[in-house]
Design a protein around this ligand. Structure first.
Ligand code: AMP
Ligand code: GLY
Length: 423
């Protein structure tokens, strides 16, 4: 197969690494990719949202399989774009239709979906400018803390946890006034869930599904879960508290009604479902759906998949996923993310990275990197993911941290306590 993979982060690097190992892969193109994805295929200078450019490239290179990494092209309808084009219609796109992508693209939609299909989640109500006064009144009697969410995509910044009613009311006004642009023209006000989070990943062909390894990501910039939120500083898989009993509840109460709900609602969905869950005293509640894999969770999840990942995706495209075997390693994967100085605020780029050749025991998945001649330089906030596998969580984390320390660039930063809250 000739494959086009859309995206440029650590998630796509892990996908590319795995897909390139498949005997089913003839050519792999990554658009736009990064300095690392170039080791597993050919980087293509194309924007993930440039559907016309993608169309031209796909036809030109006889691409017959498309895998979408990030959410934006899905929310913008890349699946439907292919379906509507006679020449592209038969080329599988791994990712949901625009209607399905609303599970991530609109929190209001996903809350209504969960209510409709009796999927456990935080109680909530949605408000717009026209119902601002109702929203302010709703907050008057809401228990604290209270969670305010921009309805639309807000680059991971659209969730506010407010400790006082006054703060929440002021934020509601500011959000409806365009704090996050159009994304916050509707605001979901939600109950605060007090528990421990994890990420569960499901691959579905619309009929059957496979549960991929679960993971936990570490979002804060500082050690001990402190400081500003980031795109993710590391991850661990498996998650010790996600034992058989817990995962059975997740499957019965959340995964089955989600897949069933999509069918009942006649929503085409062939792709990944990332379920952000809160474990509250052993009971799972959905915090959010994403319609893609998580980053940096993917960098821990993919190395634990022993089966041919491309063959699984082929099963999604051909709707015979049920016939495919998913073999998962029992080892623990730990991912440490190396970031740029200043991240998640303004950060510096263009620093030369050294030491990559010294790494033997861990996998390196590039995120914000760029090649310049023979040099590899930083080009983003999150720069590299280092993933180690170990017999225990302790071994895996220790190895990943040691290898992260062997890579150097000016301003390099990472946290060393991935998984420590779970020990
Ligand atoms: P989201 O943008 O929906 O991923 O939310 C970002 C983060 O905010 C989540 O990963 C949680 O850590 C937190 N969060 C979102 N909703 C809630 C909630 N209802 N209760 C507690 N924390 C939440
Ligand atoms: N790690 C969380 C995300 O990808 O949204």
């Amino acid at each position: 197969m000739n494959i086009l993979l859309l995206g440029s982060g650590g998630r796509e690097s892990a996908f590319a690494w795995k897909i390139a190992q498949s005997p089913l892969c003839d050519a792999l193109y990554i658009a736009p990719g990064n300095a690392g994805t170039g080791n597993f295929g050919t980087n293509v200078n194309l924007d993930v949202n440039d559907f016309h450019g993608i169309r031209h490239f796909v036809l030109d290179k006889a691409v017959n399989f498309v895998i979408v990494g990030p959410e934006e092209p899905l929310v913008k309808g890349i699946y439907d774009y292919f379906q509507a084009d006679e020449q592209l219609r038969d080329i599988p796109v791994i990712g949901p239709s625009q209607a399905g992508a609303q599970l991530e693209g609109s929190k209001n939609f996903s809350k209504a979906f969960m209510r409709r299909h009796f999927i456990p989640t935080a109680a909530s109500a949605s408000f717009t400018r026209n119902s601002l006064n109702d929203g302010l009144a709703y907050l008057e009697t809401h228990k604290l803390p209270v969670v305010l969410k921009a309805d639309g995509l807000a680059a991971g910044k659209g969730v506010l946890i407010c400790q006082t009613t006054e703060e929440a009311q002021a934020e509601l006004i500011s959000m409806l006034d365009g704090k996050f642009g159009d994304a916050s023209s509707t605001v979901v006000i939600e109950e605060f869930l007090d528990g421990i989070e994890l990420s569960v990943f499901v691959l579905t062909d619309g009929h059957s599904y496979k549960i991929l390894p679960e993971a936990k990501d570490y979002k804060r910039i500082g050690e001990g879960d402190t400081g500003l939120n980031t795109g993710g500083m590391g991850s661990i898989s498996p998650v010790p508290f996600a034992d058989e009993i817990f995962m059975q509840k997740v499957e019965k109460d959340i995964i089955k009604p989600t897949i069933g709900g999509l069918k009942i609602d006649q929503i085409h969905y062939k792709g990944f479902i990332f379920i952000g869950l809160m474990n509250i005293n052993g009971e799972p509640f959905v915090i959010e759906y994403n319609v893609r894999m998580g980053d940096p969770e993917t960098e821990s999840v993919i190395p634990r998949i022993e089966s041919d990942f491309l063959d699984l995706l082929l099963g999604v495209a051909n709707q015979n996923l049920a016939e495919k075997e998913l073999v998962i390693s029992s080892r623990t994967a730990a991912t440490v993310m190396l970031v740029s100085s200043g991240y998640p605020g303004t950060y510096i780029k263009g620093k030369v990275i050294s030491g990559l050749d010294n790494i033997r025991e861990s996998y390196i998945f590039h995120a914000g990197t760029i090649s310049e001649g023979s040099l590899i330089k930083t080009s983003g906030g999150r720069v590299l993911a280092v993933t180690a596998l170990g017999e225990t969580m302790f071994d895996a984390v220790q190895q990943a941290v040691a290898d992260a320390g062997r890579i150097y660039y000016d301003g390099r930063y990472f946290i060393t306590d991935i998984g420590f809250d779970l020990l």
